[in-house]
Design a protein around this ligand. Sequence first.
Ligand SMILES: Nc1ncnc2c1ncn2[C@@H]1O[C@H](COP(=O)(O)OP(=O)(O)OP(=O)(O)O)[C@@H](O)[C@H]1O
Ligand SMILES: [Mg+2]
Length: 390
Amino acid sequence: MGCFSCFIPLRKDVSKVEIDNGTRSSGSGRGKASFKDGENGRWKGKGGNGPKNSAACSFTFRELAVATRGFKEVNLIGEGGFGRVYKGRLETGQVVAIKQLNHDGLQGFQEFVVEVLMLSLLHHSNLVTLIGYCTDGDQRLLVYEYMPMGSLEDHLFDVEDDKEPLDWDTRIKIAVGAARGIEYLHCKANPPVIYRDLKSANILLDNEFNPKLSDFGLAKLGPVGDNTHVSTRVMGTYGYCAPEYAMSGKLTLKSDIYSFGVVLLELITGRKAIDMTKRPGEQNLVCWSRPIFKDRRKFVHLVDPLLQGRVPVRCLHHAIAITAMCLQEQPTFRPLISDIVVALEYLASQSYKRERYKDEVPSNPSASPLRENRNVCSRKSDHRMSSLSI
Ligand SMILES: Nc1ncnc2c1ncn2[C@@H]1O[C@H](COP(=O)(O)OP(=O)(O)OP(=O)(O)O)[C@@H](O)[C@H]1O
Ligand SMILES: [Mg+2]
């Protein structure tokens, strides 16, 4: 995965966090981490429907070594910029994912602190749960709930022949859940939190393909009062970062909306945000897609071939409209996440009701790729969507 700072792709093993005003205390003491809710409910995630009062536990390195059987290679389930991720089983029997920081410098340590702080304070069913952490000596490990289906990236790209590709309904379900996670960060956390690292690799999936956002090491407190943005060094992942943030370092909630648009586009197309194996002109997914957004007749070219045409056309059009709005160059034109949630929930409700589509899907998708079912969108729902139409 290409990460970047100031548009320069970095090595995978280079951590990519930058912290200034986001960090207040380390939370690295033994026992239960405790973070006081400030005045007026500040820093208390309101309205979350995830586990309540679930303070992260402190583990010894020995406990985590036992859980992973000595960090055996066979238990390795992934590796990212932060370090290696192992599957493990705690003494209690709970299966967990354990992320071990590689010792590549200060940035990873800072990312660790932000991650523990953020996930100790923010709780929602669409955010991954941090069970605990380890700060023995110079060891830094994070212990998460185990997400059996891995990341969205694993299911969208380079799908092996024997693996079932994600169907349309599941893609919309994942989009809705991810949007709800962002809505919680933007609208219910106080002060709001800018996630800053939204990408398919950071959307983890449970057995029912319910998505949970992970990796909060780059998250920042959003602007408060009359401020419209926070200024930061540009950090994030190449291909997902909003252009104005990349240019100016001015971070707003709308930066996350752009990244969300890129994820939506990946869900629709099955293409990676950046894919250097593609021919020039197709390597950057957003650049490739923009001209297609302008011509409805070409929308079919965007659809992931693995869907084999099993897509309700009208829902597809709405999904592309939402995506295009999220990807507006001008951040103020991008929708609020709460509007996106409403629009996507509407699409999901249509999906579940559409047994009738099954008869309408062409048996040979290449001959007649997508047909429209005019009964799909009710008048009322069309009206609701209109604020998000392009
Ligand atoms: N809680 C978890 N449950 C199950 N698998 C996980 C969990 N957390 C991470 N993984 C697996 O480990 C992989 C690596 O995750 P990690 O967050 O370290 O890196 P990344 O997000 O792919 O990249 P980067 O951190 O460099 O941006 C994921 O793709 C996923 O397959
Ligand atoms: Mg990740």
